[in-house]
Design a protein around this ligand. Structure first.
Ligand code: KG4
Ligand code: ZN
Length: 338
């Protein structure tokens, strides 16, 4: 196999990231600069995010190349996330990648950000084989996708309202925890009893693979209000563990029924919420007792990064699925194969 070196660029939300990998999924560098400017607002401010990307993109690409000990001439292709995300933020990465591809005369590869999350798994486990079921759980998306091959996939279900990460973050905000709430709740839950409070398991009995977290969020918000749960309350950890357990159980049970029904033996967890320790535990425990392989990326590769964008582009490079310079960013939601 001829070695191909790819520069990945990711600017879909509030992380400016550039990475260099090769077509064996070896990471030479993966630089992620998280924008702290949003902290005081308790959420991402889109216009500020775009401006920070403009300031950050060139130095971050430079650092990524330096750390990889390579120059732009050694790069064979440029991969960039084009959707979904904040349109102004995406535009910065796409415009930069287009300019670079044009000036270097190298192919440009457009990558769906959600697809990037799925293929982050290959960076540490390049031996993963199709078919597999991907559970994609991020701040903006909750989707269950069956992959027969790279270009042959079926969306089994998705959230009808809030994403799993969004539910974590909104409850975190109500509890005045630092943003984002997901990792904070995960940490608190480690000292709590997950059976202390029984929250509803939304849509668990419905015969489909769609998810809904808005009702659970309302029920948890009501509980916080009625029981005066806050950072000084002794029930905080039990609350966190029980709320987290409700989200995890819905994700887990729906995924397991989908793999059983479709006779799939491999599950890939993807997206920021795939860093959740309880989610990983329930899947690992199941896989230990059944004929199932479960993969998830290390914590750093679960959340937004450019190495995952470059990883998804390896398959597109092999198939020569290149973008032309008319490529535009779009905020269209969800998983798409471009
Ligand atoms: O994939 P990601 O970095 O960005 C999007 O594309 O949305 O995901 C961010 C989400 C946030 O909602 C964050 O709270 C959640 O991932 N998250 C977690 C954990 N780490 C990150 N949620 C639960 N437990 C965690 N350990
Ligand atoms: Zn993401």
């Amino acid at each position: 196999m001829k070695k191909v070196t790819i520069l990945g660029i990711e600017t879909s939300c509030d992380d400016t990231s550039a990475a260099v990998i090769d077509n064996s999924f070896h990471i030479y560098s993966n630089i992620i600069s998280s924008q702290s400017i949003h902290e005081k607002f308790g959420g991402v401010v889109p216009e500020l995010a775009s401006r920070e990307h403009i300031k950050g993109i060139m130095p971050i690409v430079d650092i990524a190349l330096k750390e990889a000990k390579l120059s732009l001439n050694n790069i064979d292709a440029i991969a960039v996330s084009v959707n979904p995300g904040l349109i102004g933020s995406l535009l910065v990465g796409v415009s930069f990648a287009k300019g670079l591809a044009y000036s270097l005369g190298k192919p440009l590869i457009a990558v769906n950000h959600i697809l990037g999350h799925v293929f982050a798994n290959f960076l540490e486990q390049p031996e993963i084989e199709f078919p597999f079921m991907a559970l994609i759980v991020s701040g903006g998306h909750t989707e269950l996708v069956k992959f027969i091959s790279f270009n042959n996939f079926k969306i089994m279900g998705r959230t009808v309202d809030d994403a799993a990460g969004e539910a974590f973050d909104k409850i975190g905000k109500l509890l005045n925890l630092p943003f984002p709430g997901g990792p904070e709740i995960d940490n608190l839950a480690k000292n709590g009893n997950k059976n202390a409070i029984s929250f509803p398991l939304p849509m668990i009995k419905q015969a489909n693979y769609d998810f809904s977290f808005s009702g659970l969020k309302t029920s948890a918000a009501l509980y916080i209000q009625q029981n005066k749960i806050n950072t000084n309350n002794e029930n905080l950890c039990d609350f966190a563990a029980s709320f987290q357990n409700a989200i995890v159980q819905v994700l887990f049970r729906k995924t397991i029924s989908a793999i059983k029904e479709n006779n799939i033996k491999t599950v890939l967890l993807a997206g920021g919420v795939a860093a959740n320790s309880e989610l990983r535990n329930v899947f690992d425990n199941f896989a230990n007792k059944h004929d199932l392989c479960v993969f998830y990326p290390s914590e750093e590769l679960c959340t937004d990064n450019a190495a995952m964008i470059a990883a998804a582009s390896v398959f597109k490079y092999e198939k020569k699925q290149f973008a032309d310079l008319n490529l535009n960013a779009s905020s269209i939601k969800g998983f798409h194969q471009l």
